[in-house]
Ligand binder design. Structure first.
Ligand code: G3H
Length: 249
């Protein structure tokens, strides 16, 4: 099964008008065919229209977070429906920073996935991953399976899903998972999806790695059989992202 590589750039809570204009100029130098490598950038919600305006059309732009509720009296929230209505095709849910700093439990993440799934044409990047103490106590797969178990019943079309495996201990630390560590978890995740959902879904599901991906480690990671791309944080704010985009080819 050939899976189209997927590379996301999560700009997190970073960016100014000036820095996004500058970064877009640098990223626009990347040469890639979107039918061969899908590249999606996630600016803050406030910067989405600017990023769309400044980035060349080969890039897609998505939303870092959505509300667990629909439209109504929910101050500060952006609904999945609004994201789709604005013509965006991608949302991210379950990032560990949302779980850690904003109290998002597996149940909340599942509610968000359900909201996104209702919007036809909206693709969902679902982030999962274990903390250091969980890895050290051999609970990596237990944690990842529990996080997956919460969202599986909410997914209506697996073609619209990308799973981002992001070990929390590797995020923003410079301590990247080794290709062996990444491959082991990705393989187990695919096996789990195969058992739980079906072999065809598992074979076509993109499972991408996130956590201190850089221009110097991306090539060895992408060679792993079950690593279908990356979700990149810090390095997506730099010119190095151009090299990361080129890693699958
Ligand atoms: O969403 C991206 C991840 O949190 C990875 O961030 O590449 O800065 O470690 P990082």
């Amino acid at each position: 099964m050939t899976r189209t590589p997927w590379i996301g750039g999560n700009w997190k809570s970073n960016g100014t008008v000036a820095s996004i204009c500058e970064l877009s100029k640098e990223l626009n130098q990347a040469s890639f065919n979107p039918s061969q490598t899908q590249v999606v950038l996630f600016p803050t919600a406030l910067h989405i229209s600017l990023a769309k305006e400044k980035l060349k059309n080969e890039f897609q732009v998505g939303c870092q977070n959505i509300s667990k509720t629909g439209a109504g009296a929910y101050t500060g929230e952006i609904t999945a429906e609004m994201v789709a209505d604005m013509g965006l095709k991608w949302v991210m849910v379950g990032h560990s920073e949302r779980r850690q700093y904003y109290g998002e439990t597996n149940e909340v993440v599942a509610e968000k996935v359900a909201m996104a799934a209702k919007q036809e044409g909206l693709n969902i990047v679902i982030c999962i991953g274990e903390k250091l103490e969980e890895r050290e106590s051999n609970k990596t797969m237990e944690v990842c399976r529990t996080q997956m178990e919460a969202v599986i019943p909410k997914i209506t079309n697996w073609d619209r899903v990308v799973i981002a495996y992001e070990p929390v201990w590797a995020i923003g630390t410079g301590k990247v998972a080794t290709p062996e560590q990444a491959q082991e978890v990705h393989h187990e995740l695919r096996k789990f999806v195969s058992e739980r959902v079906g072999a065809n879904v598992a074979a076509s599901l993109r499972i991408v790695y996130g956590g201190s991906v850089s221009d110097s480690n991306c090539v060895s990671l992408i060679k792993c059989e079950d690593v279908d791309g990356f979700l990149v944080g810090g390095a997506s704010l730099k010119k190095a992202f151009v090299d990361i985009i080129g890693a699958p080819s």
